[in-house]
Design a protein. Structure first.
Length: 129
């Protein structure tokens, strides 16, 4: 689900289809434009490089043991806020990114929307409609 006509969106990088759909649905229901979800590193890199984004939510480990850090590098260079949404504990996150916001799986959709609103510096009531 993407829409460049509605303005910058929230990049979702998640390789587990059911989780990706849950994240995308929660964000769309809260009024955000969802970019992706991207389940493969190559797709995530392309979206992170060439798409107008407000923020990104990144799973740390993707298919075939690939890590999302190349996407994080692109987002950091573009100064786009991002956070990890992962079951990995903070100490398993690459040292270069341990200071980044981290939201643990499993999660409640409302809590994830509130977390994103905080990441964007938005009041939660604005993000939810």
């Amino acid at each position: 689900m993407t829409s460049s006509e509605e303005g910058p969106g929230i990049l979702v990088v998640e390789d587990e289809w059911m989780i990706a759909e849950a994240i995308a649905s929660a964000l769309a229901d809260a009024g955000y434009v969802v970019v992706g979800p991207a389940g493969r590193l190559s797709e995530a890199v392309a979206l992170a490089t060439g798409t107008a984004l407000s923020a990104a939510l990144l799973d740390i480990q993707l298919e075939k043991g690939m890590y999302v850090y190349p996407v994080a590098n692109i987002l950091a260079e573009r100064q786009i806020p991002f956070a990890f949404v992962s079951s990995h504990p903070p100490e398993q996150i690459d040292e270069a990114y341990r200071d980044r916001p981290h939201f643990r799986k499993p999660f409640q959709p409302e809590a994830l929307v509130g977390f994103l609103a905080d990441l964007l510096g938005e009041p939660q009531s604005v993000a939810q409609g």
